[in-house]
Ligand binder design. Structure first.
Ligand SMILES: [Zn+2]
Length: 390
């Protein structure tokens, strides 16, 4: 049937042009912006693992800035039902009306970075950060577990890990989130970036390299719309706020790790100089600081952020790791580093192979004082050198 096959291929072509990230045809002419944004959010949620679009009870579109009836910027939230393990989903959006049609980009989509780059309602600081939030949804981080984040409270305080790695909605998505409470209950930005309050109780901070950190259930929180924050800037207090759905029984912060607008598994990532580890089930799990293991229910001391060219000494159950005068066990011992210590890595080279907690490697790292430590006993978050070759 020639006609039918022609119409089928036309339909495919139309669908392809609508979902194309760069050359989208835009929404139907005349369709209001809020409808276009809501539809984009529901389509995005439907494409995510573990998120069932049918569970959203409502969609809130918050247009925050606009110009010339052509440019718009704001937030969109899919409101969750008031039940256990249901939580809202939120994005920022940038929109431009061309030829009577709204073109919308949600953060973590190429159109977001593209539209932001030329939008007069997006600040220069936002353009720089948003440029790194235009990747494909759920971009893999390629085995690089460095986040540059501290735990979301004051460095030096210890809070309780009430819940270990679990999915954003306790569903089948990536185990991106931790439930945390304690100390002075003041939730602070885990890393520098731009903060946005997308919902009552919900703050998200976009970081310059595509990472985002997200904080939910907050009481008395900042009302942020592009607020420039440093690591440690106050965001709100732990609470039980569920302004956009879900349930929280005891006060805590539901802290989530995101990249390119999607939740990613937090396991193996370094936050506050702890390496998060999944349990057999959601909300279980543990965290490692060197060889110090804290199970769910235990206290995590916030040691601050681990730098991109730093390592956490992990003696794999021992108390110290030898430092040597060269990259191998044949060189004399010239010092030791304590388990859990932070080392600055100047450069790396191959030497004798050793086996630590995370596997076997022949890589050695040279420290600022010229001594060397095996990478087998240095957790850097990267399976390979973090800096230049020596
Ligand atoms: Zn949680």
């Amino acid at each position: 049937m020639k006609v039918k096959s022609w119409s089928t291929s036309l339909a495919v072509a139309v669908v392809a042009s609508v979902v194309s990230p760069t050359a989208d045809a835009g929404a139907r002419p005349g369709l209001p912006l809020v409808d276009v944004v809501a539809e984009a959010a529901r389509a995005r949620a439907a494409a995510e693992p573990g998120l069932a679009a049918a569970t959203w009870t409502d969609t809130k579109v918050d247009v925050r800035r606009s110009a010339d009836d052509r440019w718009s910027f704001g937030a969109v939230v899919l409101v969750a039902p008031r039940q256990e393990d249901a939580r809202p989903r939120d994005w920022l959006f940038v929109a431009e009306k061309r030829d009577g049609r709204w073109h919308v980009g949600l953060d973590g989509h190429p159109a977001f970075a593209e539209l932001a780059a030329s939008s007069p309602v997006v600040t220069g600081e936002e353009k720089a950060v948003f440029a790194a939030h235009g990747g494909a949804p759920a971009t893999a981080i390629d085995g690089d577990y460095r986040t540059g984040m501290q735990l979301p409270w004051a460095v030096g305080q210890s809070w309780t890990m009430l819940g270990g790695p679990h999915a954003h909605d306790a569903g089948s998505g990536p185990w991106s989130s931790l439930d945390l409470a304690g100390g002075d209950q003041r939730v602070l930005a885990a890393r520098a970036g731009l903060a946005y309050t997308t919902c009552v109780g919900l703050v998200r901070v976009l970081h310059p390299d595509g990472y985002a950190s997200r904080y939910y259930h907050l009481w008395d929180h900042v009302q942020a719309d592009g607020l420039s924050v440093a690591a440690g800037t106050f965001l709100g207090h732990t609470g039980t706020e569920t302004g956009c759905g879900g349930v929280a029984r005891a006060r805590h912060v539901h802290f989530s790790l995101m990249h390119n607008g999607s939740f990613i598994g937090i396991a193996n990532h370094i936050v506050g100089k702890w390496v998060l580890r999944n349990g057999a089930a959601q909300y279980g799990g543990s965290a490692l600081h060197g060889s110090t293991l804290v199970n769910v229910g235990g206290a995590l001391h916030n040691y601050g952020a681990l730098g991109r060219t730093q390592g956490l000494v992990d003696a794999n159950g021992g108390t110290v790791v030898n430092r040597r005068s060269g990259p191998g066990s044949g060189y004399p011992v010239v010092g030791t580093s304590a388990d859990g210590a932070t080392v600055d890595i100047r450069c790396s080279a191959n030497g004798t192979a050793h086996t630590g907690r995370w596997g076997t490697t022949s890589l050695w790292n040279r420290l600022p004082d010229g001594t060397w430590i095996s990478d087998a006993f240095t957790y850097t978050g990267v399976d390979g050198p973090v800096g230049a070759p020596c």
